[in-house]
Design a protein around this ligand. Structure first.
Ligand code: ADP
Ligand code: SF4
Length: 695
């Protein structure tokens, strides 16, 4: 299919200092939980973006010195020449597809506590390090500043040696030394590096000049600068100092990559910010410089992208999450295949990889992070290995993805769904406040299924074991989902909660099916993820008085890994939802609940007419068990395999369900010696080769 000429502008080359990007698609730096620890996995993931058409593909933060060691977070590293080969791998993978490779050099100053290196943290002034670590950064003296400039310059030279085309000077996310020097609240120096903005910007200016002098002949020198910290006059602000910094340095770098700080403001989930949400903050930058400007905003719509260029807001379309959800986004626009774009849903599961120091994953793209270790390509699957037809039961995220990928492999697929709607939990949850974009998980798959002549979808088809056997398709995949428990058993309670067996106790499934409890209502959140807060918000917006009771110290603590915990607290408080934290729900007495403090056991009570309980979930495994229970009948029906996947196997995230569906499709008919069946079902990057273990 030909590209729509409206999008031609997106494919114009852009000159960036001494190098040229082949189009306007720019994968900005993003963390991935692999970094220097898993260099092959990292290189393969970045290479995939280049293959998918991104003109520039950047690293995540790349540490330049042991005194700026962000361990345990596995970021890129260029401490000395020993680190060059790992990043050279990435450059080779990116260059193989004609893209430019960018390296985001960073020293995190007082934002890191050097847990691995045990070096003393440094900063513009004496100050505690970020987080809860009981350590302080010491104020840098002039020798330290000279040393820092040397480390940065040397790292730039190493980046060039590794093959990078773009080298970053980074002042963003409340994280890097140039940013810390800029921030009045962190910098109380009285020398030429403190006081006036002119002085506070000096270090940033110097490292840009140093980098240009050291590598500017062959590498573009980019800056990443957070123009607004959303802290008003306390922080860098796009109306005052953020703007002035751009004015002062306007033509110095070869490219401006501008955004919001901190990371919680830069990668806001879809629940709290729409596509293009940074425009109001960054739009001024292009009026002050002739250099190319990159910005982000979870751009997945080519029309929005074109509008950004045409209206003079940006020169290049920056993306982290959209490039994770669909590494082939640029190619799909280029080839006129817009309906194939797998749009990011803004759930921020991808962020959790970095926060939990594990390889990145994505709800929409089950191959993300698996490019090297499983050899998974986001667009290509192996052809079918038999002529077996497959019956997939249940069209939630797991069943939809299994049916789609099996269909893509060429199998004859039959997908049976009990309800009249496809999408399972995604469809139900997408109707809750703020989660509409989650429907994209369903929409993309339903759209792809419609293109596959070898896949048949049956709605309103709740199947029992006899019916499955009657179909007689040799392979059966059971993706029947899970339901929320009603009895209160979960993390806090090993036994049912007194009173939960009576009336006026609801589960999220009831609420999503349209049940309306009488108020006041208590939401008991023993789940710790997003749904407790979302259900509370829905009921509050429906006009009920709502309290959340949770045994954790804050509501929805797991969402900290998705950068949304603070916004969730604020929203609930703004809605005047009562937050009862550090308490478990001990009993429901019909007109009140009894609470117990998790630390002291001290009892209290709050009045309520009903309870919504989010504790454990139970797999819908009756069909799976019934099928397995009668082996002879299975054999007689010609069924050779029955596999449970997704929530029907073990309830988890939507990302896990999509991954399970994808995996089941890839592994169907896989040879016994394939990696997926091996003792460890993926390739590992071992710190020592087997030979090195021998003394
Ligand atoms: P997952 O996240 O694992 O995909 P979901 O709960 O989102 O799980 O989806 C499960 C889907 O399976 C739901 O749409 C549900 O209606 C459907 N389903 C459950 N039992 C049956 C059955 N026996 N036959 C057909 N569809 C079923
Ligand atoms: Fe987007 Fe969610 Fe994938 Fe991250 S995990 S890229 S937010 S869909």
């Amino acid at each position: 299919m030909a590209r729509d000429p409206r999008y031609d502008v997106l494919f114009e080359p852009v000159r960036i200092g001494p190098v040229t990007a082949k189009n306007r698609f720019y994968q900005v730096p993003h963390c991935n939980g692999m970094g220097h620890v898993l260099p092959r996995s990292h290189a393969a993931m970045r290479g995939m973006k280049a293959e998918g058409g991104w003109a520039v593909v950047c690293t995540e933060e790349c540490e330049i010195h042991p005194s700026g060691d962000v361990a345990p977070f596995p970021e890129a590293r260029l401490w000395n020449d020993d680190d060059i080969p790992a990043l050279a791998l990435m450059c080779e993978a990116v260059h193989a597809h004609g893209a430019l490779a960018g390296c985001e050099l960073v020293h995190n100053g007082p934002s890191c506590s050097n847990k691995y290196s045990r070096e003393v943290p440094i900063g513009p002034s004496h100050q505690p390090v970020n987080g809860y670590a009981p350590a302080q950064a010491r104020a840098m003296d002039k020798a330290d500043i000279r040393a820092y400039r040397r480390w940065h310059r040397d790292a730039a030279i190493r980046a060039k040696k590794a093959g990078f085309d773009v080298v970053y000077c980074y002042a963003g996310h409340d994280l890097s030394l140039p940013m810390h020097f800029l921030q009045k609240r962190r910098n109380d120096r009285t020398d030429e590096y403190g006081g006036s903005l002119e002085n506070r910007v000096r270090l940033f200016r110097e490292i840009i000049e140093d980098a240009k002098e050291a590598v500017g002949d062959r590498c573009a020198v980019a800056v990443r600068f957070a123009v607004d910290e959303l802290l008003g006059p306390l922080g860098i602000n796009s109306e005052t100092e953020g703007r002035e910094v751009v004015e002062m340095l306007a033509e110095l770098p070869d490219l401006w990559d501008v955004n919001l700080s901190a990371w919680v403001n830069d990668s806001i989930p879809s629940r709290f910010a729409p596509e293009g949400f940074q425009e109001d903050y960054v739009a001024f930058v292009k009026t002050l410089t002739t250099k190319p400007v990159v910005g982000v905003g979870r751009f997945t719509s080519p029309d929005t992208m074109v509008s950004m260029i045409r209206r003079g807001v940006l020169d290049m379309i920056g993306a982290a999450r959209p490039s994770i959800a669909d590494p082939f986004l640029p190619k799909k626009i280029e080839e006129g295949r817009l309906e194939d774009i797998r749009e990011c849903i803004g759930c921020n599961i991808c962020v959790s990889g970095d926060f939990t120091c594990t390889p990145i994953r994505c709800t929409q793209n089950p191959t993300m992070g698996e490019e090297w270790r499983k050899g998974w390509h986001p667009e290509i699957v192996p052809p079918k290995a038999s002529d077996d037809a497959v019956l997939v039961v249940g069209a939630g995220p797991a069943g939809l993805e299994a049916a789609r990928a099996l269909g893509q492999r060429g199998y004859e697929v039959h997908l049976a769904e009990a309800g009249d709607e496809l999408g399972g939990r995604v469809t139900r949850e997408a109707r809750l406040p703020g989660l509409a974009e989650w429907g994209r998980v369903r929409d993309w798959r339903v759209q792809q299924l419609a293109k596959l002549a070898n896949v048949t979808v049956y709605r309103d088809s709740r199947l029992d074991a006899a019916q499955v056997r009657e179909f007689g398709f040799p392979r059966v995949v059971v993706a029947t989902g899970a339901t929320w428990r009603r009895d209160g058993v979960g993390r806090a309670h090993a036994l049912p909660v007194p009173g939960f067996d009576g009336p006026n106790v609801f589960t999220p499934d009831d609420i999503m099916a349209g049940a309306m409890p009488a108020g006041p209502v208590v939401v008991f959140d023993d789940d710790y993820y997003y749904l407790g807060g979302v259900i509370a918000e829905k009921l509050r917006r429906d006009g009920l008085a709502v309290a959340i009771v949770t045994p954790s110290d804050v509501v929805s603590p797991w969402t900290e890994n998705m950068l949304e915990m603070q916004r969730i607290q604020r929203r609930l408080l703004d809605l005047e939802i009562e937050l009862q934290v550090k308490r478990t729900l001990a009993a429901f007495r019909g007109d009140h609940v009894e609470l117990a403090c998790v630390y002291t056991g001290r009892r209290s009570a709050i009045p309520c007419a009903s309870v919504v309980t989010l504790t454990g979930r139970l797999p819908e495994e009756a069909l799976y068990r019934d099928l397995l229970a009668d082996e002879a009948a299975l054999r007689a029906a010609g069924i050779t395999s029955v596999t449970a996947i997704g929530d029907a196997h073990a309830p988890s995230t939507i990302a896990a369900a999509v991954y399970a569906g994808h995996r089941a499709a890839r592994e169907l008919d896989a040879a016994e010696d394939d990696l997926c069946r091996a003792e460890v079902p993926f390739r590992r990057e071992l710190p020592l080769g087997a030979a090195a273990l021998t003394p």
